[in-house]
Write a protein that binds this ligand. Structure first.
Ligand SMILES: [Zn+2]
Ligand SMILES: [Zn+2]
Length: 429
């Protein structure tokens, strides 16, 4: 394409993206009111597939690794590149308290370990509706696209039920990219950054993660006579306290957290139960720390249990590699983002201890993952603070998490322009 054609298509994409905002918000509100937990994205994926077909895509593949959906749009001009845009579709077991009129009241009664209230407390409704909007916008200029765009909707980003596979790796393993391989994968995650600000980082942007399951087993006995049994509770208390010390056993320059978020026991006020199961997560910004932290947590749990005559079994599940943005890909993609939203709204961010299994896609195909601000916040030094008179600041996964609708037009503009610039050769592979 010559420079005039590229400029004309960019202008058209921008106009179409602005026109698409109304429907994007409608879709977002619908998804937000009808959230589904990881690996149960039945209606969400059906809506996605129906909308991709309506957009006139060349191929719509469904049922990938559970409820994954991939749409393929072949452009009218010759080109070898394949730009992948990725959205995650699942919600969280959180009781929503965001105060929006389209807030979720959904309860999933059948989910393992439930019933759970369900809410889009991580903003995946924004991601899904934005990438659907991108499919509409890019399909509307398909004759001008010099290559192919893949729209990748993944299930179970937040982690499937413990006995199930799911997520980005499962989509790759299921052959979602066997016939058509992206030459770039791009996505953004909504975050409590100031509205419309894009956060980027070079190196590990999100941490390596694993799920921790520790089962401490004693011997059940009457609550009034613990000496006739083995009480697992004091071992559990020491393990939870000890988990908070493990960061001191790796170099202080390596960011590590070990958190136990859920304790499941089988006792009652007058029964010392036989077993207690702890569920938690290890996060390491430097992937090489993970093995050390896992070994040390296992050692600590086994020995604390042994000290009380109990036993502990430690399992590490659902490993997700860190999300690394390479300098080459950031250099390639950032000029497009800068052109779309202006240089003042780009902020370099340090790596965070969240995870996102988008890392499986960028590892396999290249590309980058950025953060997108949707809240009434401002920078206070290196951290964030609420803007006075605004809606406040609420972290992802909190009941009050929110994302401002109006911001999403810029997220959509960025998605379509990054995809197009990649196909047009402006974002190198
Ligand atoms: Zn998320
Ligand atoms: Zn999340």
């Amino acid at each position: 394409m010559d420079a005039d054609d590229v400029a004309a298509t960019r202008k058209l994409l921008d106009e179409r993206a602005r026109d698409a905002l109304g429907e994007l918000i409608q879709t977002r509100h619908h998804l937000h009111s009808h959230p589904e937990l990881s690996n149960r994205e039945v209606n969400t994926s059906a809506l996605v597939a129906e909308r991709l077909r309506r957009a006139g895509l060349d191929e719509v593949h469904t049922g990938i690794a559970g409820h994954g959906v991939v749409g393929v749009l072949r452009g009218g001009r010759a080109g070898d590149r394949v730009a992948g845009l990725r959205a995650d579709m699942d919600a969280l077991p959180v009781a929503e308290a965001s105060g929006v009129e389209f807030a979720s009241t959904v309860v999933d009664s059948d989910y393992p370990g439930g019933p759970f209230p369900v809410a889009h407390a991580c903003g995946h409704d924004c991601h899904t509706s934005t990438v659907l909007g991108a499919a509409d916008v890019l399909a509307s200029v398909r004759d001008d696209l010099p290559g192919t765009v893949m729209f990748v909707f993944q299930p179970a980003e937040e982690g499937p039920p413990i006995d199930e596979a799911g997520g980005a790796k499962a989509m790759i393993d299921a052959g979602a990219f066997a016939d058509l391989r992206p030459t770039m994968m791009f996505g953004m995650h909504v975050a409590p950054l100031p509205k419309g600000v894009v956060g980027y980082g070079i190196g590990n942007q999100y941490a390596a993660s694993c799920l921790v399951k520790i089962e401490v087993v004693g011997k059940q006995v009457h609550g009034s006579m613990p000496w006739y049994g083995i009480d697992p509770m004091p071992a559990v208390a020491d393990i939870i306290s000890g988990a908070g010390q493990l960061y001191r056993q790796v170099p202080a320059t390596d960011a590590v957290t070990v958190s136990i978020g859920h304790v499941e026991d089988v006792g009652r006020f007058n029964i010392i139960g036989e077993r207690v199961t702890l569920w938690g997560t290890i996060r390491c910004l430097d992937e090489t720390s993970m093995g050390t932290v896992q070994d040390n947590l296992r050692r600590m749990a086994e020995h604390h249990a042994a000290a009380y005559g109990a036993s502990a079994t430690v399992d590490y599940l659902q490993y997700v590699p860190p999300l690394a943005n390479t300098e080459e890909w950031i250099d390639a993609i950032l000029p497009t983002v800068k052109r779309v939203i202006g240089p003042d709204r780009l902020v370099e961010m340090p790596g965070m201890l969240g995870y996102d299994d988008m890392s499986e896609f960028t590892r396999a195909f290249g590309g980058a993952y950025l953060n997108f601000g949707t809240q009434d916040t401002q920078f206070a030094g290196t951290s964030l603070a609420p803007v006075e008179g605004g809606r406040g600041m609420a972290m992802n996964h909190s009941p009050a998490f929110y994302a401002d609708d109006d911001c999403l037009v810029d997220s959509l503009r960025i998605h379509v322009q990054v995809a197009f610039d990649h196909l047009a050769g402006e974002v190198p592979a």
